[in-house]
Ligand binder design. Structure first.
Ligand SMILES: *Cc1c(COP(=O)(O)O)cnc(C)c1O
Length: 353
């Protein structure tokens, strides 16, 4: 007897390729853009304290956490929605705004979760190629908007290329997009742009209520394992995101860690600045060795190359105990870690530090 058949769209989904896990300490895990730093001690302490209450459901309204985020950005509590990572928020967002057949426009190559989440929801993913310099082709994205477009996703700095959208270009784009189309700005790596807490695109929301900013605690804050991200948007948009949330998806452990982490912004900024400096050093070293790569504003570098070269490079690094992320048809992304690990990468690539 056969088991029930799931929806046919599932067979068409690109697979989300997670960075491989490795238990040996000597293996460098540079495939998922995680922070190489463990959470700050005071954050771990807050998690441990909250663990004693794990028999209780979390605070579903998450008012304290949202208030803390709102204060950081100078917005109101009703403008903040939480999700289990910003991937969770993206799913909430697509189910809040897209009926089957509605279109979602994004650049490609960009974050691999975008087409997967669109298709699961029955929405149509419209991928607009990046320009030759790896930047978003905002004119082409604007031209790709149709009557069926409900959402445009901008990833800045872009994963996996590291290229950010200049703020003036982003604002002009937002102003040119019809106000009934939601422009979602995925700022997962924004802290690395200038090495610290930054307001990013949030200030645009006041004049442009069709802008929604997504942030995460998974990267600069080093809390990827706890699953917490947030959206900042107009109150109506944030309310819609809360309506489509899986109940209790964001645990109290994640919430207390996030709040504590925001309170440690200065300490975190030191780490973020270090990573940004290491990133710039890596880009320089690779360019000196005649690699061609864009300036990265994130915690990784991007090497575009043909598939044959990509396979060889990933294998070479693998043999050196370094896990990186290869993308079929596009290239290789390498997460920045501490100086010694980054030097191992350079050595494996035959590049002088
Ligand atoms: C890592 C990442 C996220 C965040 O994922 P979480 O679900 O918050 O862990 C979101 N967008 C992009 C582009 C990313 O690279």
């Amino acid at each position: 007897m056969a088991a029930p058949t799931p929806r046919s769209v599932l067979a068409t989904l690109p697979r989300y390729v997670a960075g491989r896990r490795a238990d040996e300490a000597s293996i460098a895990r540079l495939a998922s853009n995680e922070s190489h730093h463990a959470p700050l001690p005071s954050v771990v302490e807050a998690i441990a304290t909250a663990a004693a209450e794990a028999h209780r459901y979390p605070d579903i309204a998450a008012t304290d956490t949202r208030a803390r985020i709102a204060a950081t950005f100078g917005v109101t509590v009703d403008q903040v929605a939480l999700g289990p990572g910003s991937v969770g928020l993206l799913q909430q967002l697509i189910s809040a705004f897209c009926d089957p057949g509605d279109e979602v426009v994004f650049a490609w190559r960009s974050f691999e979760a975008y087409p997967i989440l669109c298709r699961i929801a029955g929405a149509v993913d419209v991928a607009v190629p990046l320009r030759a310099d790896e930047s978003h082709d905002l004119d082409a994205m604007r031209a790709a908007i149709t009557d069926r477009t409900r959402v445009v996703l901008l990833c800045t700095p872009n994963n996996p290329t590291g290229v950010a959208i200049p703020p003036a270009e982003l604002e002009a784009f937002v102003a040119a997009v019809p106000s009934d189309v939601l422009v979602v700005v995925d700022e997962a790596y924004v802290e690395y742009e200038h090495g610290g807490m930054t307001l990013g695109t949030v200030p645009l929301i006041a004049a442009h209520p069709h802008v929604c900013v997504l942030r995460t605690f998974s990267k600069a804050h080093g809390l990827a394992g706890l699953r917490i991200g947030y959206a900042i948007a107009a109150p109506e948009v944030a309310e819609a995101l809360r309506s489509t949330a899986l109940p209790f998806a964001v645990t109290d452990l994640a919430q207390v860690a996030a709040v504590r982490s925001l309170e440690c912004a200065a300490e975190l900024a030191v780490r973020v600045k270090e990573v940004a400096a290491e990133r710039d050093r890596m880009v320089e070293a690779l360019r000196s060795a005649r690699w061609t790569l864009p300036h990265s504003d994130a915690n990784f570098v991007w090497l575009r190359m043909p598939d044959q070269d990509r396979e060889r490079l990933v294998d070479r690094l693998d043999e050196a105990g370094i896990l990186v992320r290869g993308y079929a048809g596009d290239g290789v992304r390498i997460t920045i870690a501490d100086r010694a690990t980054n030097d191992r990468v350079l050595a494996a690539l035959g590049v002088a530090p």
